[in-house]
Design a protein around this ligand. Structure first.
Ligand SMILES: [Zn+2]
Length: 422
């Protein structure tokens, strides 16, 4: 039997070690195929030696680590997360999922399972360098197209060029894609929010990853003199926008599971003594169920039109992003529930408000996600942390999950995949 506390302490220490490979002195920043990513790969490869696990980089720089089954042609289960970070990052977002997967290989201690385990350290998830997230997982599902590969970073280097500069061959990207022999994808990740901490639960079972819908609204009125224009003769685009923001907040507060955020506002001409003639606002709307966010967006558009009409303004809106909600695989989710229970925790079902590699992987492969409680809900910040006890519970959960799947003929026959596509 493995010592999960000792493994958990090692996981945390290893996350801290990887945090030292950074583009910025004094803080963590490791973007797609940056030089510190190479040091990160080298360090991880060192940990794999005693496990007898080999690693290689695929053509987009994902670190692929194979723990074989007895049968060379056995199907495989993927477990992973991402190795890139945001600027001024914490040590655990993404990284923990990769390091924890490697700890699971230590925990099963040389046992062979009826399926191989491939640990994946995705090269890019955060979208920092190219303003395009999920480059790593998109390669696995085969959705990295020409248009994406020609996107450029701030210095004018394309994704394709960045791949070549790192010594990889963009022509080999199709070989990075997963094929029929992949049974599923499991991702451990910190929650990055306060829900588990508030519920006093160490682990969360992700049922779905919420869709993300971003729109831009522009209210147009008449700019005019702040001193000479009486209140009843104004067409104030900023006051109209303010009324609408309050309506957005109220609706989201009153709708279970809905979050809606106006995070950015620009008023023109933007002077202290001029009534705003135009206001541009961002709107981000998320819900687990597509019908719910759609209903909310329809409401937000019609409220904007009502408010504009009453105030003698005009309003237009356009969609910037439309990412549907992604359900995790029900078969795997039930097994994760059971594994969490066997690890001594009460399963806590939840929806991920943030996007993750599992969202992309789910397009091709039955996928599941386990969240770890995030102290203070703090993430994307150097203060990001995890509790040793929670990491130990996650390791126990992972070992139970592997045992359960190893004794499930339904899982190994690819039953969940067929079921998902039924
Ligand atoms: Zn992440």
């Amino acid at each position: 039997m493995h010592d999960s506390e000792a493994l958990a302490r090692e996981v945390i220490a290893r996350c801290q070690t990887l945090a030292s490979f950074s583009e910025d002195p004094g803080s963590i920043r490791r973007t797609f195929l940056s030089p510190p990513m190479r040091e990160c790969h080298r360090e991880i490869a060192r940990w794999l030696v005693p496990l007898g696990v080999t690693s290689k980089l695929d053509a987009v720089g994902n670190l692929r680590m194979l723990y074989p089954a007895v049968d060379q042609d056995a199907p495989r289960l993927l477990i992973g997360s991402h190795l890139d970070t945001v600027p001024n990052a914490g040590a655990y977002d993404g990284i923990l999922g990769v390091v924890l997967a490697i700890a699971l290989l230590s925990a099963i201690n040389g046992r062979t399972l009826p399926f191989a385990i491939e640990v994946v350290g995705f090269s890019e998830e955060e979208g920092v360098r190219f303003s395009t997230p999920f480059i790593g997982s998109r390669a696995l599902v085969g959705s990295l197209d020409e248009e994406l590969l020609s996107r450029q970073d701030a210095r004018g280097v394309s994704i394709r060029q960045a791949i070549a500069d790192f010594g990889l061959n963009p022509a080999e990207i199709p070989q990075a894609a997963v094929h029929e022999g992949v049974l599923g994808y499991v991702e451990f990740h910190i929650e990055q929010g306060p829900i588990l901490e508030n519920a006093r639960r160490p682990l969360g079972v992700v049922e779905a990853i919420a869709g993300q819908h971003r729109l831009e609204f522009t209210f147009v009125g008449h700019a005019n003199h702040a001193g000479t224009t009486p209140m009843n003769l104004r067409h104030d685009a900023l006051a109209g926008a303010a009324e609408w923001i309050s309506a957005v907040e109220r609706r989201a507060q009153d709708t279970s599971g809905l979050v809606a955020t106006v995070g950015s506002i620009q008023a023109k001409p933007g002077a202290v003594n001029v009534i705003a003639g135009e206001t541009r606002l961002s709107l981000d709307v998320r819900h687990q169920y597509d019908q719910e966010w759609k209903r909310a967006v329809d409401y937000f558009v019609s409220r904007a039109e009502d408010i504009a009409k009453r105030r003698g303004l005009s309003v237009r809106s356009n969609v910037l992003m439309d990412q549907p909600a992604v359900a995790m695989d029900p078969f795997l989710v039930r097994h994760v529930d059971e594994a969490v229970r066997r690890a001594g925790c009460e399963p806590y079902r939840m929806v991920s408000g943030a996007g993750h590699d599992a969202m992309i992987m789910a397009e091709k492969v039955p996928s599941a996600m386990i969240f770890l409680r995030t102290p203070g809900g703090i993430s994307h910040d150097p203060a990001e942390s995890v509790e040793v006890g929670d990491v130990a519970k996650a390791i126990d959960c992972g070992v139970h999950l592997l045992d359960q799947l190893a004794s499930s003929s339904d899982f190994q026959s690819g039953f969940p995949r067929k079921k998902q596509h039924a």
